[in-house]
Write a protein that binds this ligand. Structure first.
Ligand SMILES: Cc1cc2nc3c(=O)[nH]c(=O)nc-3n(C[C@H](O)[C@H](O)[C@H](O)COP(=O)(O)OP(=O)(O)OC[C@H]3O[C@@H](n4cnc5c(N)ncnc54)[C@H](O)[C@@H]3O)c2cc1C
Length: 330
């Protein structure tokens, strides 16, 4: 393992999602010398597989609904259908514009961006691409991946996660969405607007059960009005393949069938990331932070004159940064 002891960053961040890159930008703004390590694309889940693509789908769905309902506003328009390839092109265009903006922002703040899969090797170092990256502090921001239930295997075809749903090359005729949390209801809304017959299965008493009850009730009323079906208060028992789809059975014996089952029951750390974390947690202590566990502890101390190789101009917020914050508050 190459170990360039002369390069000691103030802050080494593992994972370039919204947690990691926001910390990198803020660290750089405060004058820290920051290394950001990302194995995929800076922006992480939110930009590439989460907030942004789902909002693009929801917007496309809204346009479809407006075309359907245009007559009531005195506008002559006809809704002819969804061109899913066109929807993806629009969605990918939104992502790529923001991705370019973010790459530019990271570069303009002179954050050292390292592409590769990193592994915490000590409380103050991360190994990546055969190199040991040393830091006075290490921040773990490796994020999460879609979760499933024991015995419910996501095959990416008929039983899918939100990652698959975002790149699905067709509008399913019917869909069961397992989980009525924020991710589940967003897909329910977008797919309904695209013409899918949607049923949400939620084990707790309300849709978006972690929100206040009034919001849940408003959403349930709106969904009923739109013909989005939901079954509340009974937990999932099993899923089986049928000839052309999936059958879901609930704990009370109720059954639902659809072309596709979207598993949207939440997210958890990836096996690899959690293994990295648990091994690391045995060894790490005060010098390492994790966005999930220690983000509320005190920030790193300001860089000393010797540890910082940064110029003071890098600490001021650029107009581009303000623009970015207004688009996407970190
Ligand atoms: C469908 C969907 C819709 C969502 N909608 C919203 C929304 O509207 N609003 C909202 O606030 N939130 C939303 N979220 C949640 C939001 O995306 C997450 O809260 C956010 O992305 C978490 O950021 P993070 O930086 O912790 O993790 P992530 O964004 O997951 O980033 C972690 C990064 O670490 C990288 N990584 C992991 N392990 C390593 C390693 N060993 N080496 C190098 N890199 C590594 C990964 O490649 C990834 O880029 C949504 C999520 C989903 C799935």
């Amino acid at each position: 393992m190459a170990n360039d002891a002369s390069t000691v960053f103030d802050l080494v961040i593992l994972g370039g999602g919204s947690g990691g890159y926001a910390a990198a930008l803020r660290g750089a703004q405060l004058g820290l010398d920051v290394a950001l390590i990302e194995k995929d694309k800076v922006g992480g889940t939110c930009l590439h597989r989460g907030c942004i693509p789902t909002k693009a789908l929801l917007h496309a769905g809204e346009i479809a609904d407006q075309a359907r309902e245009s007559e009531q506003f005195g506008v002559k328009a006809t809704f002819e259908g969804i061109d899913i390839a066109g929807v993806h092109k629009y969605k990918d265009g939104v992502i790529s514009g923001l991705y370019k903006g973010l790459q530019g922002l990271v570069a303009s703040r002179k954050v050292t961006y390292i592409e590769g899969e990193g592994r915490l090797s000590s409380p103050t170092s991360v190994d990546v691409n055969g190199q040991r990256i040393q830091g006075r502090h290490v921040l773990l921001a490796t994020g999460s991946v879609p979760k499933s239930l024991p015995g419910l295997e996501i095959d990416g075809n008929r039983i899918i996660s939100s990652d698959h749903a975002l790149v699905l090359d067709r509008v399913p005729k019917s869909a069961i969405i397992l989980g009525g949390g924020v991710i589940g209801v967003e897909f329910a809304s977008a797919w309904k607007s695209f013409g899918t017959d949607v049923t949400i299965v939620e084990g707790l008493k309300h849709l978006v059960p972690v929100e206040d009850e009034n919001s849940s009730k408003l959403l349930e009323r709106a969904f009923r009005k739109r013909g989005i079906k939901f079954n509340l208060g009974t937990f999932f028992q099993k899923a089986e393949y049928t000839q052309d789809g999936v059958k879901v059975t609930l704990a009370d014996g109720k059954e639902f069938e659809a072309e596709i089952l979207l598993v949207a029951i939440g997210r958890g750390p990836s096996r690899r990331a959690s293994a990295t974390r648990s091994r690391a947690s045995r060894r790490t202590a005060a010098t390492s932070w994790s966005t999930s566990t220690c983000a509320r502890t005190s920030p790193p101390s300001p860089p000393s004159a010797t540890s910082s190789r940064r110029s003071s101009s890098r600490t001021s917020a650029s107009p581009r940064a303000s623009w970015w914050r207004s688009v996407w508050p970190a």
